[in-house]
Ligand binder design. Structure first.
Ligand code: CA
Length: 230
């Protein structure tokens, strides 16, 4: 298990490294946002421990950038800011857990273990359902072992739906994640996008189906059973 540590306080960094190494983790210390972001571009980690007060950038900016790049690495935030507001902001921005300084070393180790035990699908870079496998790092989709060519937006849509398999994803959520605030994605364009993705999945003989719940949203379900007995 490989952990990326982002903590500018050298003493604390040393203590954390020692403790986590003792617990059997492979830990890589970085001391500023810049270093951490370039480490994330060159290697993949099972977990990131992120301090919010960094010398070059706010840790929240690092968090936003990591999630904007669709990197699903679990993130444990370390910070002296103990206000509820900061915690909510961090969790909303995609952090997985929060630890307020000062903390006991045992607690860090326990939180790290807990985060790594969470169901893989929520964090994993590989999402799968029936005969569909999607890799969020390479953003490649395979159906029955064959690569399926999807556009950037079709890929994003599939990823959003795969992360919420069996649950309804509101149309507005999809719009916001695909088009963001600035861009103009009309409701109609989501419908067109869903239609195109459905068609491509069908052509590739994917055992998954996108259900449309009029006026509500979309839901991805496995349909392997019916497909196989056809
Ligand atoms: Ca700091």
């Amino acid at each position: 298990m490989r952990i990326l540590l982002v903590e500018d306080n050298e003493k604390l960094s040393g203590l954390l490294c020692g403790e986590l190494q003792k617990a059997g983790f492979n830990i890589e210390p970085t001391f500023c946002a810049d270093e951490a972001l370039s480490a994330l571009k060159t290697a993949s980690y099972d977990l990131m421990i992120l301090d919010l007060g960094l010398p070059d950038q706010d840790g929240m900016e690092v968090l936003n950038e990591v999630r904007a790049e669709k990197n699903a690495v679990p993130i444990l935030i370390l910070t002296a800011r103990d206000s509820l507001d900061q915690k909510i902001k961090g969790l909303n921005a995609g952090a997985d857990d929060y630890l307020t300084k000062p903390f006991a070393m045992e607690e860090v180790v326990a939180r790290v273990h807990a985060l790594l035990r969470r169901p893989a699908q929520a964090h994993s870079t590989t999402l799968s359902l029936e005969n569909v496998i999607y890799d969020s790092h390479s953003r490649q989709t395979e159906v029955g072992g064959q690569i399926v060519k999807l556009t950037k937006r079709e890929t994003s849509l599939l990823e959003i739906l795969l992360r919420s398999t069996g649950r309804v994803v509101p149309k507005e959520d999809i719009e916001m994640q695909i088009y963001g605030y600035g861009e103009d994605g009309s409701a109609n364009s989501i419908e067109v996008l869903v239609h195109r993705l459905k068609k491509k999945l069908q052509m590739a003989q994917a055992w998954i189906e996108i259900h449309t719940l009029r006026g509500i949203g979309y839901m991805l379900v496995g349909a392997g059973h019916e497909k196989r007995i056809e």
